[in-house]
Design a protein around this ligand. Structure first.
Ligand SMILES: Nc1ncnc2c1ncn2[C@@H]1O[C@H](COP(=O)(O)OP(=O)(O)OP(=O)(O)O)[C@@H](O)[C@H]1O
Ligand SMILES: [Mg+2]
Length: 458
């Protein structure tokens, strides 16, 4: 029996240390070292593999070995880079209850049509629970196999024996390896089990999908090195209280990380949303004070989103700022620019800003939509109907140009918007058919050209 020892592994970069330290000497991060019990190996497989490998002329390396199986779920297929690559290890992370198991069960179901069999392993749910979910999501194919198991060696035995076309392990935090003494979900267990699954995927050519839990900070729990080991990391985003879910690639060794898949959680499971802009604007009330429409790029796709703002008198207290779906400090910045550069009196006003549909806006191109929504609520004037707003707001109150403006405007025109307020661009910009362009230099000008006259009696 090899002797075990206690080491400390950095949760951020994976460096190891024999004693605990407040700061990792490798990556400089604080409080990332986690106590881990490790059994030393006689000879590490990586070292053995290294000795077995021989240098090869790069030009003579065969490239036709990468086989992709297309996924009939278009939104997922695009995010994966055009299909599932044989022998790849894919990690899907997301908040509790966001729909990770649902997505992978649906994937397993549809892949049964083009594969001899699919094995879905769950360490979290009983086979009865999986069956219940499957009844909700669709027809259950006969070649879909389920296994409630947490021992990684047992899982790999089943994979070896049954040789499925695809294997799913839900979740990596519940599986454990007999060779590691610490509890399942611990840093070394997660790392060892992922390495074992990676070796199996590479040696058999069977693609394996893993579910990974995320921490409160939104990162995949366990060592960050987990993200380095796997080929692809996808995040399923959105909260449980909104029906929309966004699937993004944070890393992809076989495709772009720019693509985003949009789904809706329904009674039947996750359904694709082929035209997300239309869906996000479907409940927008027309001609409402404090509501604007902006265009953000989600990967390579322009997406129209509704932004709402409400300003209300704060009384004698300190005025509050609340941001939902956008960066809080960005909201503070916009409120400050509106106060100082536009002369809007917000110092005695609470400001609430919200992005409709559970989306999160991280792009500065959404600044104008947020700023005009606040100005609209504060002045009680609605935005001109069928107007879309795009632009980054600078600290001097200037409106800055944004990338891919033509694509954003084309998407807005496609959805029936006839007027766009946007920054002046160095190159002349041609308006999409049926759309009037209002190109302005400053936020003050943008507000003046966006808001309709005050309502009668207000
Ligand atoms: N009958 C139903 N109709 C609509 N939505 C449902 C129904 N049953 C479950 N859901 C949705 O499915 C979600 C659960 O999905 P799922 O179990 O796939 O999530 P998960 O990400 O795997 O969660 P966990 O991290 O707990 O494993 C619920 O939060 C709920 O939104
Ligand atoms: Mg689950």
């Amino acid at each position: 029996m090899p002797r075990t020892r206690t080491i400390y592994v950095c949760n951020s970069c994976g460096a190891t240390s024999l004693k605990w330290q407040g700061r990792c000497t490798e990556c400089g991060q604080w409080n990332t070292l986690v106590e881990t019990v490790e059994a030393p190996r006689a000879s590490s497989p990586a070292a053995t593999a290294l000795r077995a490998a021989r240098p090869q002329q790069l030009s003579s390396v065969e490239t036709n070995g990468i086989a992709r199986t297309p996924v009939p779920i278009t939104e997922l297929n695009r995010v994966l880079g055009g299909g599932i690559v044989s022998g790849s290890l894919v990690l899907i992370g997301g908040d509790p209850g966001v729909g990770k198991s649902t997505l992978l069960l649906q994937l397993s179901e549809v892949m049964c049509a083009s594969m001899p069999s699919v094995l879905y392993v769950s360490g979290e749910e009983s086979t009865q629970q999986i069956r219940l979910r499957a009844s909700r999501t669709g027809r259950i194919p006969d070649n879909l196999w389920v296994l409630a198991e947490t021992n990684v060696e047992a899982i790999l035995d089943h994979v070896e024996q049954s040789r499925p076309g695809l294997a799913v392990v839900d979740s990596i935090q519940t599986v454990y390896s007999e060779g590691v003494e610490s509890a399942a979900g611990g840093v070394s267990q997660v790392r060892e089990c992922t390495m074992a699954l990676m070796r199996a995927a590479k040696s058999t050519g069977i693609p394996i999908f893993l579910v990974g839990h995320v921490t409160k900070e939104g990162e995949i729990a366990g060592p960050r090195v987990l993200e380095h080991i796997v080929d692809t990391v996808l995040y399923l985003e959105g909260d449980r209280f909104h029906q929309y879910r966004l699937l993004r690639a944070a890393k992809n060794r076989f495709g772009s990380t720019n693509e985003v898949g949009v789904f809706e959680m329904t009674q039947e499971g996750l359904t694709e949303v082929p035209n997300p802009s239309e869906a996000f604007l479907s409940e927008r009330p027309e001609d409402t004070v404090g509501s604007t429409v902006g265009v953000v790029m989600e990967g390579t796709r322009p997406l129209l989103v509704e932004v709402q703002a409400l300003t209300s008198y704060a009384g004698s207290g300190v005025p509050r700022r609340t941001a939902n779906g956008l960066d809080y400090s960005r909201l503070l910045l916009l409120a400050a620019v509106l106060g100082k550069r536009v002369g809007l009196k917000l110092s005695d006003q609470d400001v609430y800003a919200n992005v409709v549909g559970g989306l999160r806006l991280d792009e500065p191109a959404a600044d104008l939509a947020v700023a005009v929504a606040i100005a609209s609520s504060a002045s009680n004037r609605a935005v001109h109907p069928e107007t879309v707003l795009v632009g980054e707001v600078g600290l001097s109150g200037e409106l800055r140009s944004v990338s891919q403006l033509d694509r954003r405007l084309a998407e807005a025109a496609k959805l029936g918007f006839t007027r766009a307020v946007c920054p002046r661009t160095p190159r002349s910009l041609s308006a999409p058919e049926g759309m009037q362009l209002v190109q302005v230099r400053t936020l003050a000008e943008a507000i003046a050209r966006s808001l309709a006259s005050p309502r009668a009696g207000e």
